[in-house]
Write a protein that binds this ligand. Structure first.
Ligand SMILES: NC(=O)c1ccc[n+]([C@@H]2O[C@H](COP(=O)([O-])OP(=O)(O)OC[C@H]3O[C@@H](n4cnc5c(N)ncnc54)[C@H](OP(=O)(O)O)[C@@H]3O)[C@@H](O)[C@H]2O)c1
Length: 152
């Protein structure tokens, strides 16, 4: 995976694909200057904390995409970390797939479907982190919804 970005943010980095993104990005020959790993509970994200101790370029921050106050504080924290470089790459991996009423779409409750839309779709649309992508002079990828804020 060739990645030339200097500053990268991965959401949902506590486990699964997000954690693996972090692991593999750290091993790249041209690793980023800063890799920010966002997760809901940094204090219990043991794998991430272990990686952060061994890799000074890895910063762990708190972000629950269902909480507006988290989005605001994570965006500010990201801004403080990346500074004038802006954010080159957002890997918006945080997501859910929770089937509470059987496995078929038609059996899901409105509440459950709305929660999926909130976590998996609305969060990135309203995510202030996208403004950091716009601030960067070296945006090297597209993200969902980026077209609407002028990123191709
Ligand atoms: N695995 C697949 O085959 C597959 C296929 C297609 C798409 N995807 C998508 O790829 C993404 C990652 O998949 P995965 O298999 O790695 O899933 P996973 O193992 O369930 O991990 C999901 C990650 O998202 C985080 N997360 C959940 N809700 C969040 C919230 N409200 N705010 C912030 N973080 C939140 C989780 O954090 P906690 O540890 O705090 O719960 C966890 O780090 C998901 O969006 C999934 O829908 C996966």
């Amino acid at each position: 995976m060739p990645v030339a970005s200097k500053t990268i943010l991965v959401t949902g980095a506590s486990r699964g694909l997000g954690l693996e993104f972090v692991r593999q990005i750290l091993q790249l020959p041209a690793a980023p200057e800063v890799l920010i790993a966002a997760c809901r509970n940094p204090s219990s994200a043991n794998d991430l904390q272990t990686l952060a101790k061994a890799n000074p370029s890895l910063k762990v921050i708190k972000l629950d995409v269902e909480k507006d106050e988290d989005i605001i504080s994570a965006a500010q924290e990201t801004k403080n970390i990346v500074g004038d470089r802006g954010l080159n790459l957002l890997i918006n991996n945080a997501g859910i797939l929770v089937r509470t009423e059987g496995s078929e779409l038609r059996t899901q409750s409105r509440e459950n479907m709305q929660r999926h839309f909130d976590v998996n779709c609305s969060a990135v649309r309203s995510n202030r982190v996208i403004s950091l992508l716009v601030a960067s002079t070296d945006v090297s990828c597209s993200v969902s919804g980026a077209r609407e804020v002028g990123i191709e």
